[in-house]
Design a protein around this ligand. Structure first.
Ligand code: NAP
Length: 317
């Protein structure tokens, strides 16, 4: 039986990845910040809380990371823990950069110091490319436009450096936006769906949003975690862009949700308060390397995913 250690197991991807790996017969160890205040919503929703072992470890403390890796000797580490919000990173640049960079460095340093053959997956992000040539491929110029993407760009290069300098099996999944019912409510798609439902029931009067003329490449989270696993089964570590290949405007997504729920589009209010200091106007990726080398398949229209998300939200609240 293989052992996988997942940091960020309480997040959207952590929960879906844990479920996927459990179904593959893995023993799953999940790193949490504090055993006394575990955010178990996602693990409970997927009915896997009892099937994973949760372990407290402060990832910014190298000695704790070393002790944890020594104790569990995982075959694979999936490093998903991060301050993951671009918007929040403008308010918390220091905390975001400190945690998102140091945690990666500590995990890789621990693998190097212990001289173990543990494979390492880094949750990299399309945001690292900022305003780059489209479509985004694995070798486009990195040009981050937010504290979040600066932290992820640094983590991306650290992952690559440990691969090249020390021969660690370390790979980065460069994931574009992906959504599910388990997305936190501060993220755009979840916020739109929840507010639209609240408007329908009379609990909210309108939807206030920032710049909705920007375009993003959105996908379905449970399919994206499969790509993480596939990357770790390759003979050699490498980086892969994981995306749908198509960008859509935020405005068109809001209008789709409002039409689906029969709500007037007059209730969409653009508020400059929600504008970001710097913003990518359009981004989409090229997933052909992942499809060819990993055998990963993806052909979902995000409008179909949206319908699924709305229905799941209506069902579960
Ligand atoms: P998420 O739902 O926000 O989950 C983040 C996880 O990181 C949670 O388990 C959270 O723990 C943990 N975490 C945050 N700050 C921490 C800290 N200071 N110390 C320890 N743990 C901390 O994120 P996600 O959507 O699953 O994304 C997973 C990873 O992929 C992240 O690294 C994200 O940046 C990256 N990514 C995501 C997307 C996307 O569209 N979802 C796209 C590209 C890359 P708590 O539950 O305790 O808060």
């Amino acid at each position: 039986m293989k052992t996988a250690l997942i940091t960020g197991i309480t997040g959207q991807d952590g929960a879906y990845l844990a479920q996927f790996l459990l179904n593959k017969g893995y023993e799953v160890i999940g790193i949490v910040r504090s055993e006394n205040s575990i955010n178990a919503k996602g693990l409970k929703y997927l009915k896997i809380l009892e099937r994973v072992q949760l372990v407290e470890c402060e990832l910014t403390d190298l000695s704790q990371v070393i002790t944890t890796l020594k104790a569990y000797e995982p075959n694979e580490i999936y490093n998903l823990a991060a301050q993951s919000s671009v918007s929040l990173s403008f308010n918390q640049p220091i905390g975001t950069i400190q945690f998102n960079v140091l945690s990666v460095l500590n995990l890789l340093e621990a693998i190097r110091i212990l001289d173990i053959s543990t494979k390492f997956y880094q949750a990299s992000s399309s945001e690292i490319f900022g305003q780059s040539q489209l479509p985004i491929t694995e070798d486009r110029v990195i040009n981050p436009l937010s504290p979040y993407s600066i932290s992820k760009a640094s983590a991306h290069w650290i992952t690559r450096n440990y691969r090249e300098a020390y021969g660690v099996f370390s790979c980065s999944g460069i994931l574009f936006n992906h959504e599910s019912y388990l997305r936190s409510s501060n993220f755009f798609i979840k916020k739109v769906i929840r507010t639209a439902i609240a408007i329908r029931t009379g609990e909210e009067q309108e939807l206030r949003v920032g710049n909705i003329d920007i375009k993003r490449d959105f996908g379905w989270a449970p399919k994206y975690v499969e790509a993480m696993y596939l990357m770790m089964q390759q003979e050699k570590p490498d980086d892969f862009v994981i995306c749908s290949g198509v960008s859509v405007s935020l405005r068109s997504l809001i209008e789709y949700v409002f039409e689906y729920l029969n709500i007037s589009k007059d209730l969409i209010v653009v508020d400059p308060k929600f504008y970001r200091p710097t913003e990518i106007t359009n981004i989409y990726g090229d997933n052909s390397k992942a499809k060819k080398q990993l055998g990963w398949d993806y052909d979902l229209s995000f409008y179909k995913v949206l319908e699924k998300l709305i229905e799941e939200e209506l069902e579960n609240g």
